[in-house]
Design a protein around this ligand. Structure first.
Ligand code: PHE
Length: 362
């Protein structure tokens, strides 16, 4: 049974503790991770041989073969790891109950793999890749799922590394947004190294002639920050976010001043797999249907592999309307739908919202 109260109100739930795996967590007014979401914690899609996500992950690991590879990190992280240490402002939308899954006020399901950068650096890793599942509350449709997979890479330069000159051709505004502590040469060198590494990766994945576009953007933990798009089958697709890690973050991770130059990138594996294997719906990655699994059997060669659609359920549309209080959050409703109907519901979205005002006449 699902407690409706847990979905729609901020009242503390009646249970005081919750057991997740072998750990026990306190339940408080922030708790909003549903049993259905928690049931996905040990799905481990990335480790299934032949699965499209495993194929892409392996290709990226192969490309960065000298990097340390890690994909067994616990998806339950502290709010400090996921947001505070990375410089997310207190009012960042990602922190809201509407956007993220909280175990309680201190612990949450990671919303990105960046949450693990600090522990990896503290453990002495200099060049590393990490892959894992990340969790975000979202609407229900073919391109959003509350659990998806990210792969993140970090490369830290040593003091003398940037003596040679690699000149990047990425947007001038990115170069201009350097951190005050970095010299122009350091930034040109590091961005040049970042760009050639990621351009190389994208050619490795999409083919040697794929058009690539770099644009400046914003992340709280990198400066400058850049996102990268590729043109594939006539369409520009955003594939990754990247940038030079904030010096304050590197310092906070225990690195000495001669190691305060580092790049990082993060990419969504489903997004890449959907484009590369022509997979039309993000929910297919969770499919146990042999018509899906057989197409991605480990024995099937990767070259020329694209998904062949099979018939889905006949389409049924329903409109529902109901009264809600000011505490209502749309994503809570979508979680309720998911918890009851699983992945059978193809799309759920809000059609209309009318505000009703009461006049109090005594
Ligand atoms: N964490 C970012 C995201 O989830 C991606 C990113 C990783 C951006 C590393 C820059 C550097 O969107």
């Amino acid at each position: 049974m699902i407690s409706i109260r847990r979905f729609f109100s901020s009242l503390p739930a009646t249970e005081v503790h919750q057991k997740i795996g072998s750990r026990v967590f306190e339940v408080d007014s922030m708790t909003n991770a549903t049993p259905r979401i928690l049931s996905k914690l040990d799905a481990n899609l990335l480790t299934i041989p032949g699965h499209p996500l495993n194929r892409i992950k392996t290709k990226i690991y192969d490309y960065f073969s000298e990097f340390h590879h890690q994909d067994m990190l616990d998806p339950i992280v502290s709010v400090q790891q996921n947001f505070d240490e990375l410089g997310f402002p207190q009012d960042h939308v990602g922190r809201t109950l509407n956007d993220s899954y909280y175990i309680n006020r201190s612990w949450m399901l990671r919303t990105h793999m960046t949450a693990h950068e600090k522990e990896m650096i503290v453990n002495g890793h200099i060049s590393f890749l990490m892959a894992g599942s990340v969790f975000r509350r979202d609407e229900i449709d073919a391109t959003h799922y509350p659990v998806f997979h990210q792969l993140e890479g970090v490369h830290i330069f040593k003091g003398s590394d940037y003596s040679s000159s690699t000149v990047p051709d990425i947007v001038e505004e990115a170069l201009a947004e350097k951190q005050p502590e970095h010299s122009a040469e350091q930034v040109r060198f590091a961005l040049g190294h970042l760009q050639s590494s990621l351009d190389g990766l994208l050619r490795h994945l999409f083919g040697p002639t794929v058009p690539i576009r770099w644009q400046s953007c914003y992340f709280p933990f990198t400066q400058p920050s850049l996102e990268v798009e590729v043109e594939y089958r006539g369409r520009w697709v955003e594939v990754l976010g990247s940038g030079l890690l904030q010096k304050s973050f590197l310092q906070g991770s225990g690195l000495s001043t001669d190691q305060h130059l580092a790049w990082a990138f993060g990419l969504g594996l489903e997004r890449l797999a959907m484009v590369l294997y022509d997979i039309p719906d993000i929910r297919l990655f969770w499919s146990k249907d042999p018509r899906f699994l057989s197409q991605f059997d480990p024995s099937v060669k990767d070259e020329g592999l694209t998904f062949k659609a099979f018939s889905k359920y006949p389409h049924v549309a329903r409109d529902i309307s109901f009264w809600v209080s000011s505490e209502f959050s749309q994503n809570s409703f979508y979680d309720l739908v998911r918890s009851i109907a699983g992945d059978l519901v193809e799309t759920a979205s809000m059609v209309n919202l009318y505000q009703v005002y009461y006049a109090n006449s005594l």
